[in-house]
Design a protein around this ligand. Structure first.
Ligand SMILES: Nc1ncnc2c1ncn2[C@@H]1O[C@H](COP(=O)(O)OP(=O)(O)OP(=O)(O)O)[C@@H](O)[C@H]1O
Length: 347
């Protein structure tokens, strides 16, 4: 339950949110004196706030016990659900193959990598590919692109959309013959761009507000099947002295994103920077805000260089084995690596 739903005054809610307390769970271990200090209110007021929280959490546990009973699933149902789960292609056959078909809907996938490795390119590619219609083996959805860094280039999105549209026309020519060919429509590059809802966020408060607003937006736009955040940690890497506050805000945001993925059956893709850390006499790649963020995604893919070639590595997943695959960034977008094509042909 969010603090916004508690019977508190607007100013109390505002103070809680500014201090990073966005959910009841985030307040569960707060003491009155600590809360008073953080919200700059009297201890009596802090106590009143905590009483509302405990009433709210009692209410939540009563209602959630009904939800659990109502929504109980057997392990068999879960397996069926997993086997029929839908994926968004990355346009790289090798990467799709190690991912079990592409980026999984209903889950949060974190994609990390050094600057210039192709995170934004992959993000734009997914925003286009999610729209590939069912007739072409796609998901037929729309995309939300949340740009925190200002790295989304609309000209590049158009280029990738043009390539996707051309590929669809080619697929149609090869697979849809006779009367069927007239029924199956290819999409124009303009259609792809129209189906990407773009949000530019310039501060972490805007990012929190937008994350909280997504539920409402997607309820009104149910065909959204992917939410891309480029990048999740950008606004949290600077001007943040209070690490506990940062961890609380990030955990609250991660929880919200996971709920969205489950509720609407969509893929949440969060892009993240990696940095190098020195430990045990060696340099290791580490995700930005690693410790405070590391439990927040279901799957994690690391993009890295191997010589002159780009590789994607599955670093964490509850259902996929660790594996890596080469990929290319071409003028048409993300594609299967040429060198891998050659290797396959030579075998
Ligand atoms: N039109 C294009 N044709 C071919 N390659 C391109 C094209 N546009 C971009 N690239 C490749 O993509 C790289 C940039 O990728 P991208 O912006 O996705 O990196 P990033 O991982 O998001 O980096 P950062 O963390 O700095 O945002 C370029 O260095 C270039 O190699």
């Amino acid at each position: 339950m969010e603090v916004l739903r508690l019977p508190l005054s607007a100013s109390q809610k505002g103070k809680l949110i500014s201090a990073g307390y966005t959910s009841i769970a985030s307040l569960s271990s707060a003491s009155p004196s600590h809360l008073a200090l953080e919200l700059k209110v009297s201890e009596t007021e802090a106590l009143e706030i905590l009483k509302s929280v405990s009433d709210g959490s009692r209410l939540q546990s009563t209602s959630s016990s009904f939800t659990i009973v109502d929504g109980a699933q057997s392990a068999w149902d879960m397996l069926q659900e997993e086997e029929t789960s839908i994926h968004i292609t990355t346009s790289c056959a090798d990467l799709d193959s190690i991912l079990g078909g592409g980026i999984s809907c209903k889950e949060v996938t974190e994609i990390g990598g050094v600057p210039g490795i192709g995170k934004t390119q992959l993000g734009i590619q997914l925003a286009v590919n999610v729209q590939i219609p069912y007739d072409y083996g796609g998901v037929g959805g729309k995309a939300i692109y949340i740009d925190t860094e200002g790295s989304f280039m609309v000209e590049r999105a158009l280029q990738i959309a043009e390539a996707c549209s051309a590929d669809m026309a080619e697929y149609s020519r090869l697979h849809h013959k006779g009367p069927q060919a007239c029924e199956v429509k290819t999409m124009q590059p303009k259609d792809f761009l129209e189906n990407i809802y773009y949000f530019r966020v310039c501060s972490y408060t805007e990012q929190i507000a937008l994350t909280n607003y997504l539920d409402k937006f997607i309820t009104e736009h149910k065909d959204v099947k992917v939410v891309i955040i480029d990048s999740i940690t950008f606004h949290f890497r600077q001007d943040f002295d209070d690490m506990a506050l940062r961890t609380r805000i990030l955990s609250g945001m991660a929880l919200n994103l996971m709920k969205l993925a489950r509720k609407f059956g969509l893929a949440v893709v969060v892009l993240n920077q990696v940095t190098t850390k020195y430990a045990d006499g060696q340099f290791h790649l580490a995700l930005a805000l690693g410790d405070s963020w590391s439990h927040s995604s279901t799957n994690r893919i690391i993009l890295h260089w191997n010589g002159n070639e780009r590789y994607a590595y599955i670093d964490k997943s509850p259902s996929l084995r660790s594996a890596s695959a080469p990929y290319s960034v071409t003028p048409k977008g993300i594609r299967t690596s040429d060198s891998n094509n050659k290797r396959i042909k030579h075998v």
